[in-house]
Design a protein around this ligand. Structure first.
Ligand code: APR
Length: 254
């Protein structure tokens, strides 16, 4: 039995027990959709200091620089299509739906899981296609292709900000609560395309591991989690995930 077969077998066994197959994803799953990851030599943070474009202090200090970066990111997300890995997770959710939930907990802000058809997506770090006011309760996803002035202003006069989580900021409470609940219930946690370095998101696989979940990692490189996962599938998600769900499909049919 090769690693893909072992992973599919572990998932099928947990599905048969009715245990959730929880997917935890990071920037790597969107890399083959043309959206750069954050870390690594060609990552977004290799070319710019996140302290200057992805913190509340940076928005205070130089809102135009923060908005220029986020408008670049928003355009990349808008132009990107879900790749075979996103589609594979959406297929898996449908394939196991009668027997086990398959929620997706993502750190990504690109909306590609929803675009692929996944229906239970928990966005831990917000969404690049949504803005909120820094002063009042205004929130909107109805955005122009490009704002005609940066930073954009709310009708109340205050500046708007991307509705994403920056370094040092709290994650959306409900999203984190839901993610922690699924991590504790998981029969399997399928960890795809994350360096597993940023807290508190990176605590979720540990929570799942402590609750007895089988951990399966899909990543071309080793990560901080590689030492504790049950199966490591070394390769790009766009290639590995279709192989995994094809193997799972025949396991589920048995
Ligand atoms: N398929 C699967 N994994 C890949 C691929 C690919 N094609 N290409 C790269 N990877 C892996 C890398 O090996 C790395 O482990 O994806 C991971 C990307 O790691 P990061 O860039 O650190 O992204 P992520 O883990 O999502 O970062 C978490 O950090 O900057 C913050 O808020 C930001 O949500 C982000 C968080």
């Amino acid at each position: 039995m090769d690693d893909v077969e072992r992973a599919a077998d572990r998932i099928a066994t947990r599905v048969a027990e009715g245990l959730p197959i929880v997917c935890f994803t990071g920037a790597g799953i969107s890399q083959e959709s043309g959206i750069p990851t954050f870390r690594g030599e060609s990552g977004l943070w290799a070319e710019r200091d996140p302290e200057l474009v992805a913190t509340a202090e940076a928005l205070e200090r130089d809102p135009e620089a923060v908005w220029r970066f986020h408008e670049e990111l928003r355009a990349m997300c808008r132009e990107a299509d879900p790749n075979a890995a996103h589609m594979a997770l959406a297929w898996m959710e449908t394939a196991v739906a009668e027997r086990a939930p398959a929620p997706v907990i993502t750190q990504n802000i690109d909306g590609l899981h929803q675009a692929a058809g996944s229906s239970n997506v928990i966005e831990l770090h917000g969404n690049a296609g949504r803005v909120r006011c820094t002063a009042c309760e205004f929130v909107s996803e109805d955005l122009p292709e490009r704002f005609d002035r940066l930073p954009p202003l709310c009708e109340c006069g205050a500046i708007l900000r991307p509705d994403v989580v920056w370094f040092g900021e709290q994650l959306p409470r409900q999203a984190m609560e839901d993610a922690q609940r699924w991590s504790r219930l998981a029969g399997v946690m399928l960890i795809v395309g994350t360096s597993a370095t940023v807290q508190p998101a990176a605590s979720l696989p540990v929570m799942a591991f402590r609750s007895g979940a089988v951990l399966i990692e899909v990543n071309p490189e080793a990560t901080a989690l590689s030492a504790v996962v049950d199966v490591s599938l070394r390769g790009p998600a766009g290639e590995v995930m279709p192989e995994l769900v094809e193997e799972l499909s025949s396991e589920l049919a048995d």
